[in-house]
Design a protein. Structure first.
Lengths: 164, 265
């Protein structure tokens, strides 16, 4: 259990570094895609809920250390995402691909809704903010699909040693 | 039920505590965590980002350096063209000339004269000035039908008035028996320095004014302490010449290099 937690935490750290150092290169219309969202979805689908929430919270807090003006927002968002997704996926089968796709959609919707609310309270609910948020939602959704299915593929890979 | 949602509730509470307060308070909390619990992470991220920014700056500076180097090279080339042009380029003005090939020598050592393959039939006369592509060579002292003898400036018998191109300080070009070319009879206190270009003087009745002669390599006082003497590095190496240009006088006079229809050599 501890090893699994540690391994999950390390993957989270890896994704955090990628998010901070690599993803700014993929900026589109002022939007830097957040790959921590698909990573959080993958965590909810592949790890026990409390472990996923705990690791997501820590990684979210670390992420916010680099953007201190909104310190606490990422842990809260990841927590809400984790809770919502873990409740949402319950009626579905464990291997349901449709359910996974729907969670991707839902997670991005919640994430951008929270962002829209927070930025709207801070800077006003303008049409420009709504437009940018929609662009960011679409862009993040595409990135989330790619990252999430890549993670799914990688997590199912096994090293098989055959001795003749 | 409570036990099931205990972890999410605790985390929710903590995240709300982190989030509440003013922006300054949140920044202070983030700063505290960055300096304590998450210090390795925060430090590594800032170090990597600073490294990336420095690399970008370095790349920009390299581009600037390359650009500046290219500009410097272009300027150096311009300077070289200008300085070499002023040092060895000359124009013949309205002076016509004959190209002649050096076919032999007469005399010994520094008193050696050149024999060229053009003579009276080519319209050459004694006292015709002789130049090369680099500067002056000497003058014709004896002309036959098909050849003539040229007295080079390296011969001690050759003397012409010359001057500093920049300051117009006048002197006499002479060579001694050792082969050292000097500009003598320079008035004491004249403005002349090592590296100056020496050209033919406006006082010369043989050469047009401004033909390059050489550059000053050393300055010394004469033995009687009345004049300055400047040793020269001549632009033309007489002993290596294959072809020379023998100038022909037109309309009884030699034009200055500033004349119309100038011809660059």
């Amino acid at each position: 259990m501890i090893w699994k937690f540690l391994w999950t935490y390390l993957t989270g750290i890896f994704f955090l570094y990628v998010q901070l150092l690599v993803m700014p290169a993929f900026e589109l219309a002022g939007t830097i895609p957040n790959i921590l969202v698909p990573w959080m979805i993958w965590l909810i689908w592949s790890r026990p809920r409390d472990m996923a929430l705990g690791v997501g919270f820590i990684v979210g807090a670390m992420y916010d250390v680099t953007q201190p003006s909104l310190f606490g927002l990422s842990p809260l968002t990841f927590l809400l995402l984790g809770m919502a997704l873990s409740e949402f996926r319950k009626p579905f089968e464990a291997e349901s691909k449709v359910a996974r796709m729907l969670t991707l959609l839902l997670a991005n919707l919640i994430y951008h809704l929270v962002m829209w609310l927070v930025l709207g309270v801070g800077h006003g609910f303008t049409a420009q903010l709504a437009t940018l948020n929609l662009i960011a939602f679409a862009y993040n959704l595409v990135i989330s699909f790619v990252v999430f299915w890549s993670l799914q593929l990688l997590s199912r890979m096994r090293v098989v040693i055959v001795s003749e | 039920m409570i036990k099931r949602y205990l972890v999410p509730l605790v985390l929710l509470l903590v995240s709300l505590i982190m989030l509440i307060g003013t922006e300054e308070a949140r920044t202070a909390r983030a700063d505290l965590l960055g300096r304590t619990v998450f210090y390795p992470f925060a430090r590594s991220i800032s170090a990597i980002q600073a490294n990336g920014e420095l690399k970008k700056e370095l790349a920009g500076l390299r581009v600037q350096l390359a650009d500046q180097t290219l500009r410097n090279l272009a300027l150096e080339n311009e300077l070289k063209m200008f300085s070499s042009g002023t040092a060895v380029a000359f124009d013949t003005g309205l002076v016509d000339f004959e190209i002649a090939e050096v076919i032999g020598y007469s005399g010994q050592f520094q008193q050696r004269n050149l024999i060229v393959n053009k003579g009276l039939r080519s319209g050459l006369r004694p006292e015709s000035p002789v130049v090369s592509a680099s500067g002056i060579v000497g003058k014709v002292i004896n002309a036959a039908d098909t050849y003539c003898v040229v007295l080079p400036f390296s011969n001690p018998q050759f003397q012409i008035p010359v001057m500093d191109r920049n300051t117009s300080v006048q002197g006499i070009l002479q060579a001694d028996l050792r082969g050292v070319i000097s500009m003598n009879m320079i008035k004491l206190g004249s403005q002349i320095s090592v590296g100056d270009t020496i050209v033919t003087s406006n006082l010369s009745r043989l050469f047009p004014k401004g033909y390059p002669v050489g550059s000053v390599s050393r300055i010394k006082e004469s033995s009687d302490n009345l004049f300055i003497s400047a040793e020269l590095n001549p632009f033309t190496q007489v002993e290596n010449l294959e072809h020379v240009f023998i100038l022909r006088k037109q309309m009884g006079t030699l034009a200055t290099p500033q004349g119309q229809g100038a011809r660059q050599q």
